[in-house]
Design a protein around this ligand. Structure first.
Ligand SMILES: Cc1cc2nc3c(=O)[nH]c(=O)nc-3n(C[C@H](O)[C@H](O)[C@H](O)COP(=O)(O)OP(=O)(O)OC[C@H]3O[C@@H](n4cnc5c(N)ncnc54)[C@H](O)[C@@H]3O)c2cc1C
Length: 390
């Protein structure tokens, strides 16, 4: 199927082609197996790293891509990989998510220490959520207590993508619980630190090619050099991270939706009922037309937002929330419709569309549910209108 092309430069076209080839040759054929086993796809993750794709969201001076860190590039690669498998692609996207706090709030020393490793394929993770703090992220209870020239971290993080597999973790903890959101700070932790362990690995509905795991901190000692930014700025780092990472979730949703359209139309031209392909029925053509239109509309919003982030100093909260919310709702609808196009076969595991439907669901939930995205958009609209009215 031909889709609108958002790879503008020659470098972007090359990067897109590399990611596309990996998606078709490696991710798509392996997707069913990882969906069944729920193992971490190390072999493929190493190939993604060997293809230099982890460099696309890191600045050139830290061994990243020529031309610098780019959300547009990150979205292009995430979309392509997600066409192959939304779960395996998450190992890439969750690494970008875990790296963004270092890019946003890290000092030069922290960037020099960690970014080149990630650019070379060391995977990262972002640890905010806890059992009692999901949408209300300011309610986290993990603490980082000042101790001499460092901190002692205690607590448990829940549902962390790449948990247990990543080497580098950006972890949010309260340095002053009495201050609420203003009392949170962000720290860089490494696998293997004393007292840093891993708990329950989740058994999930979709994106089963990615690992979702609990992180346990028992008196983990870190130095001040592990703190990103000033004390109390952790929540701001998390929010700025989401501004930049949500188009990544949106791109994952677009990759899944594109695959659903491709699979549905390919099936519909070969499946015959009443002596003709089912695709010859206008009723089904209209459904497929809506699926493709919604997917292209979502892609336009996602890549326009990515471009906005790359070219503006201003925060992109409203547009990032719009792209994440719209693209994930489209992915959910389009994958449900793809199952419908395949009829009973769509419901069976021998065809890939039921997995697409399961994979799409998470994009409406993580990095802020779509209720929270609508909340963000609504608040931004009111704030803008009030400012203009003054
Ligand atoms: C597979 C998976 C991977 C994840 N990966 C990570 C990760 O790598 N790092 C990380 O930190 N977290 C991760 N998460 C956590 C994820 O970001 C949270 O699940 C999400 O933010 C929602 O929190 P919750 O599940 O606790 O839902 P809750 O906050 O308990 O919400 C329950 C329901 O109430 C609604 N709701 C809550 N507040 C409001 C409101 N103010 N207005 C309207 N509706 C509201 C929600 O939309 C939802 O429908 C992951 C989750 C999953 C399932």
């Amino acid at each position: 199927m031909e889709w609108l092309d958002y790879a503008g430069t020659e470098e972007q076209q090359m990067m897109r082609d590399v990611a596309r080839e990996l998606a078709r040759e490696r991710l798509a054929p392996a997707a069913e197996e990882y969906d069944r086993s729920e193992e971490f796809p190390w072999t493929i993750v190493k190939e993604i790293a060997a293809a230099d794709l982890f460099r696309v969201f890191i600045d050139e001076e830290f061994d990243g891509m020529a031309g610098g860190m780019s959300i547009h590039n990150m979205a292009l690669v995430t979309e392509e990989l997600s066409w192959g498998c939304g779960g395996i692609a998450l190992s890439f996207a969750a690494t970008a998510l875990g790296t963004l706090p270092i890019i946003i709030s890290g000092n030069d020393g922290q960037k020099k220490k960690y970014l080149p490793r990630i650019a070379g394929g060391t995977i990262a993770a972002f640890a905010l959520t806890e059992a009692n703090a999901g949408s209300d992220a300011a309610g986290i209870r993990t603490t980082a207590k000042k101790d001499g020239d460092g901190y002692i971290i205690n607590g448990t993080k829940q549902w962390i993508s790449n948990g247990g597999e990543a080497e580098i973790y950006t972890v949010f903890a309260m340095t002053d619980p009495s201050k609420g959101a203003r009392g949170a700070s962000c720290f860089i932790l490494e696998k293997g630190m004393e007292g840093f362990g891993f708990g329950k690995k989740e058994d999930k509905l979709g994106i089963r090619g990615s690992t979702t795991r609990e992180l346990v901190f028992q008196d983990v000692r870190v130095s001040e050099e592990n703190r990103l930014g000033r004390e109390g700025t952790g929540f701001m780092t998390a929010m700025k991270t989401f501004d930049m990472s949500r188009p990544g979730v949106a791109a994952q949703a677009c990759g899944i939706a594109k695959r659903a359209v491709d699979e549905a139309v390919s099936y519909a031209i070969t499946r015959e009922q009443f002596g003709k392909p089912v695709a010859a029925n206008q009723g089904l053509q209209f459904l497929m037309a809506d699926m493709a239109m919604k997917t292209e509309a979502a892609r336009a919003l996602v890549f326009a937002t990515a471009k906005y982030i790359d070219t503006h100093e201003k925060r992109s909260t409203k547009f990032s929330a719009m792209s994440k919310c719209f693209a994930s709702d489209v992915a959910m609808q389009v994958t449900v419709d793809a199952v419908q196009v395949l009829g009973g076969y769509g419901y069976m595991k021998e065809y890939p569309v039921e997995k697409l439907m399961r994979d799409a669901k998470i994009t409406q939930i993580y990095e802020g549910t779509n209720q929270i995205q609508r909340d963000e958009i609504g608040r931004a609209l009111v704030k803008e209108a009030s400012r203009e009215a003054r």
